[in-house]
Write a protein that binds this ligand. Sequence first.
Ligand code: FES
Ligand SMILES: [Fe+2]
Length: 421
Amino acid sequence: MLSATDNDYMSRVGAGTPMGNYLRRYWHPFLETSQLPDPDGDVKNVTLLGERLIVFRDSKGKVGLMQWNCPHRSAPLFYARNEESGLRCVYHGWKFDVTGQCVDMPSEPAASNFKDKVRATAYPVEEQGGVLWAYMGPAELKPPLPELEWAQVPESQRVMAHFTVHCNWVQTLEGDVDSSHVGFLHRTNMRSGALDSRYVEHDNAPKWIVEQTDYGMALAAKRETPEGDSFYWRINQWFLPYFTLVATDLARTKIHSHIWVPVDDYYSEIWCVEYTTQGQDLTEQEKWQLTAGPQAHIPSFNPETHTLDANETNNYLHDRTAQKAFSFSGIAGIREQDAAMTEGMGALVDRMAEHLGTSDTAIIALRRRLIKDARDLEAGVEPWVASHAEGYHLRSWSAVIEKDAVYPNDPRMRQMAVVPE
Ligand code: FES
Ligand SMILES: [Fe+2]
């Protein structure tokens, strides 16, 4: 349970809100580079942290991310002409460069210097890991990009997809620390081999360790093994503010990562990124499996609209026959199952109506951490990891280890958690 005041404090992301200010200390992925390929190409709509924006690539290939409404009289810049290193509003022809500076004002007398005084709100954009990242915070605090491993590996070693869901970002993020839902909601996917399942099924009541760290939290699940002489460990990582790494399978050759970006208070952009950890390329089949085939992670992903075809308008194609016969949820696809649960809570869930149990320990810890960090910032304490790119040099993992290993500092564990230099 969370009071309505705390719930609003934690969930709302608009400019000037406490959590909005906190999030504006970080870089935010908002588009794949391939979605904005050409200089002087299409202008695209972007909503990020509740701000309605347009994005374009100018004649020199630089990316501009700026306010949607023209600073002159608020006409939409979405329809602007992208030409000669700037964006020209089609209402009266005012033109802006990627920094937001007005560089031409043909509707004013040639001698006027009024254009020098007009500036659109524009945000820095950088490209890393096949993704466009935006920084929307104070210019003097602009940090380096987070060095997440998936963004450092060659393109041939990762695959990604992103799509919009109709609910608040914390609701979506909570799913990644809500380990107890996996054995229910995603049970059928586990049985079909989508998750490493032999050890999970042997011990349905793992011991959970929530480790608070300077970068966020690590979540460790410790299970008895059928052999009895060792423990089966699964470790998930949560990097502030919303990057997660799901525990790997025992081979540890690939990591599945999620990013839960707040579009506004009621919509989130969910990114799924899968990458390899030992320098090997992903096969075409491995890439394909993210969104296609019988074991797809997001089978109804629509690459044109970046939404799910199985969604709240069609009850996620819920199939009661399948549910009776073999499917625990009756919904195909792990991401579709999660969307059905988190969107169905309501776009911004009322957390006064909850009854949290012992299995919700990590969720409680996550909420407390977000609220604490935003309160710290209000008191003048900057979030550490926002300005420490190397704080993201970690992996999720899973392993079977002799019972004497103590989490988290046993060398056998540290070696799996740290990204090799
Ligand atoms: S509203 Fe854009 S130039 Fe007038
Ligand atoms: Fe889930």
